[in-house]
Structures are given as C-alpha cells and as structure tokens.
Write a protein that binds this ligand. Structure first.
Ligand code: PNW
Length: 492
C-alpha cells in the first residue's frame, strides 16, 4: 500500500504506542534524524504481525562474572579459560560484564530499547555446584531477583537452562556429555529449576546450540572441555546431548506450572537454495534434514536419518527405541539461532540429491571467521522448520553479528555494518512472516558486548558497547536502529 497517511492515522493504527515511544527517543550523537523522520505509513510491506515478541539475548558465563559468589561451583568454562592458551589473551569470565551485580541497570537498558522479552541463561553450577547432589538455593536466588526485576519492568523472562557452563564435577566424574549420567543430571536439574521459576517464567529453552557446544567443544577442541573426539565416542556424545534435552523436556513438563512452554535453541545448519527454483528448494529441504540429522532432525522426527546411520556405519550411536521416544518428546515451540547459511543446489547424482556450494573467498563475512553473511538464512531456516516438521511456533533465539566497533572521537560507536546486517536479515524474516511461517519472536544477540568464548573480549556482538575497565554500557547506532524496529514493529 503506497497511500500517504498522516501521523495521526498511523498513531491510531499502531495503537499510539509507536509514536509515543519514538518521540521520547534520546537522539544519537548530534544528528536528530531519527526523531525528525516522518513515521512511515503502516502496511508498507515491512511490518511484523501484531504481538511479535522483540527481545535481546545473553548467556550466564558470557555476562555474569561473580564466579565464586554465593556458593557457585566451578564450570568447565572456568577451567578452560584459566588454562593458558585456550582463550584469546587468556581472558576469562571471572568478571565479564558483572551482570550478576549490574542486572538492575541492564534491565533498564532493555527497557529503554522497548524490548518485550529477555533471553538469559541459568548457570547450572550456581544451582547445583556439583551438577547433582545438594542444591544451592542462594544460587537460584539470583535468577529469582532477575526475573522479578524483569517483570516489574514489563519484560518477559525467557530462560535457557544450558548455555555451555557445565559443572566441572560432571566433567570429572562422567566425562561431561560423554557420559549418560550427565544427561540424567541435566533432566533432574531442569525439573528442579522449572518447579521454582515457572510461576513467573513461561518460556524455557532446554539447551543452547547442540551443534556448537558438541562440535566446537568435544570435536574441534576449541571450546570447553577442549576434547577432540571422533567416531563412536563423538556420536555417542551427540546422542547424550539430545537425550539430555528430552529428559529435561519430560522433567520440566512434570514439575512446571501449567502454561509453561518448552522448546530449545539450536543453531541449525541452514541450506539456502542458491537460486530459488523448485528443484533447488526441494533439494534444500532434503539437505535440511541431513545437515541437522544428529540434533534437530532426531528431536523432531524421533529417528536418526537413514543416511546418517548408514554413513557412520559401526560408529553410529548406540541407542534404544525408548531413547528416541524421550529425545522426541513434543515441544511447544522451536527456537533457532541464525547467523549464517549454506548454499545448496539440486544434484540428482548426489546421495541425498543435493550439493553444497562452497562460497568464494570474496563472500562477505563478519570479523568472526565463521560468520558468512547470508541474510536469506533468516527466511529459509524458519520456513524449512514449518514445512518439514509442521512447527506451530518458532522463535529466532539469536541473530546478530560481530563488528569492529571502534568508538568514534565523540565516544559513540557508529556500527553501520551491524545495522546493514540486521536490516537485511530482518527483511528476510519479515518475508517469512508474510508467507505465513509462524515466527512469534526474535532475540537479538546480544544486548551488550560480552565474553565471546575462545575469542575472549574481541569480536564484540553487542548493540551496547561495554568498556570493560569501567563497566560502562553505551548504546551503539544499532541500539537506536533496534529501538525503532521495536517501536514500529517493522523493518526500518
Ligand atoms: C552462538 N560457529 O555461538 C552462541 O549461542 C553465543 O553464546 C555466541 O556468543 C554467539 O553465537 C556468537 O558467536 C556460536 O563457530 C559460536 O559456527 C560459534 C559458532 C556458531 C555459534
């Protein structure tokens, strides 16, 4: 619709809230362009469905600090980051963003953005310092305080139960996720936390990114616990991770208050049809099942794909039919972290009918070497999930990028690259919602710069710049961009 409409009509259409909050925006630098720009007409092809949940995300070890406070036990990331040579500049999460103490002002940062939801993770070793055994109520109290603070500010808490900070004791006793006992301990911990938080927390993600913490931590040795497993040991570890997820889903269902929705947050590999012809699209759908066979496919289908089992041969994981039932316990929503995608095309001569096209050296990427810029992944990811598995509710649980983020002489960060990245990805997400793909919300990674795992404090992903010497947070240009997106419920 191109019809011109007045500010007043737009305010009425948008329920008034958009204009009201836009008018209060602090200006960015000396340029008042954001406030002065006329409101766009509604229904310009850029708007998201009403009630779309805009949020920001972080994770415990990346922001909290306070690693020895209130009875928290050590995690594999404490051990790993304190091992010289494992993390860039030997940085650790000992202090990180000191979110453990600064959470109240961090909630205010979110309030100023206008976000409706905050995705954070719970540090397992705060709640069970040894992973199992006696709980530590003081540790859980931090999350009680955080949840109460969020709700008092009109922000919905979305909690991840595992974002990689495994209690060290489980690594020592069971080999971490190499041992089935860790899957069981995870289920018990999840049930314990759900019983205590779901009077207020209505959305839970069991595990963040099987595809990253197993592959990067247990296969490549780049993340904690720094192992280089292969063959059966690797496949069995993958199996224990999805089994832990299933046990957690069951334990949460058993102990949570009614109305609690359960899902996960997986960084699926997203096949993008390199040119959108029907054969390529169908090939991308086949590729989607195979490229995610060890994780999301078995969770959604309750079986490993024939091709995965066949190609692994005797190294295929050992499992029982009961395992598969647990792993595929029904979910209320599917959460996916999307940063990038892989181009594919139809190829009748290939085993499953697709070929992966490697990208040329000149394909643009963010400073993080793996972050190839593929905006269409934010269209194809949710679309594949809805089409293949009939998911009724999908959340984008992470999306964002690293950038150079050097402060300008005026102290601000003008991250035009991140704004361009976000605008192009969100345009594709909007295309998905317009096509009827049931995406309910989007969490930007990240609220603020933080401990970027093996990259330490390099490769900043925040929309707030963090000066780690003073813990001062400063909104970047991308924070102003996101505030506009949220206020207008549209790509701007
Ligand atoms: C995700 N890769 O990690 C995590 O969920 C976050 O904790 C992290 O900060 C964010 O994305 C940015 O990196 C990933 O190598 C780490 O493909 C590595 C990869 C993917 C995701």
């Amino acid at each position: 619709m191109t019809k011109k409409i007045t500010r007043r009509t737009f305010a009425k259409l948008a329920g008034g809230a958009a204009i009201a909050s836009t008018a209060q925006l602090p200006s960015f630098g000396s340029n008042n362009a954001i406030q002065d720009r006329p409101a766009p007409p509604a229904n310009t092809g850029r708007d998201f469905p009403p009630g779309f949940v805009w949020g920001t995300a972080t994770a415990s070890y990346q922001v909290e600090g306070a690693v020895k406070e209130d009875g928290r036990g050590p995690s594999i990331w404490d051990t790993f980051s304190h091992t010289p040579g494992k993390v860039n500049s030997n940085s650790t999460g000992d202090v990180a963003n000191d979110h453990y103490h600064l959470y109240k002002s961090d909630v205010q940062l979110m309030k100023a953005l206008g976000v409706k939801a905050y995705r954070f993770s719970i540090a397992w070793p705060r709640v069970f310092p040894n992973g199992d055994g006696p709980p530590n109520p003081k540790g859980l109290d931090f999350y009680n305080r955080l949840v109460d603070e969020l709700l008092a500010n009109g922000i919905q808490p979305y909690a991840t139960f595992y974002h990689w900070d495994l209690p060290q004791s489980l690594q020592d006793r069971f080999g971490g996720w190499e041992g089935r006992d860790t899957s069981k301990a995870f289920g018990d911990y999840a049930g314990y936390v759900a019983a205590r938080l779901t009077d207020r927390v209505k959305h839970i993600f069991t595990i963040n990114e099987f595809g990253a913490f197993i592959e990067v931590g247990y296969r490549w040795g780049i993340h904690a616990p720094g192992l280089k497993l292969t063959g059966l040991r690797l496949n069995q570890t993958r199996h224990h991770a999805v089994l832990g997820h299933g046990l957690a889903v069951q334990a949460i269902r058993a102990s949570a208050k009614s109305g609690t929705k359960i899902g996960l947050a997986e960084n699926i590999t997203i096949p993008v049809p390199v040119i959108e012809t029907l054969p390529n699209i169908l090939a991308a759908e086949r590729a989607m099942r195979e490229m995610n066979a060890q994780y999301l496919t078995v969770i959604m289908e309750g079986k490993y794909t024939d091709w995965y089992l066949k190609s692994e041969g005797e190294n295929a994981p050992k499992f029982t039919p009961e395992d598969l039932k647990i792993i595929s316990s029904p979910l209320d929503f599917v959460g996916i972290n999307i940063y990038s995608g892989q181009f594919v095309r139809a190829d009748e001569s290939a085993p499953v009918g697709f070929t992966h096209i490697s990208h040329p050296k000149s394909h643009p990427h963010a400073p993080s070497f793996w972050l190839l810029i593929v905006p269409d992944s934010l269209y194809w990811g949710p679309r594949h999930i809805a089409k293949l598995w009939g998911a009724k509710e999908i959340y984008i649980t992470e999306n964002g990028c690293s950038a150079a983020d050097d402060p300008a002489p005026d102290g601000r960060v003008y991250d035009t690259d991140r704004v361009t990245y976000l605008r192009s990805y969100l345009t594709q997400l909007r295309r998905a919602t317009a096509d009827g793909v049931p995406v309910r919300g989007y969490f930007l990674w990240s609220l603020m710069d933080n401990f970027e795992w093996a990259d330490g404090y390099t490769n900043r992903f925040g929309i707030h710049y963090v000066d780690y010497a003073t813990q001062k947070r400063t909104p970047k240009l991308s924070a102003d961009f996101y505030r506009e997106v949220i206020a207008r419920n549209a790509v701007v």
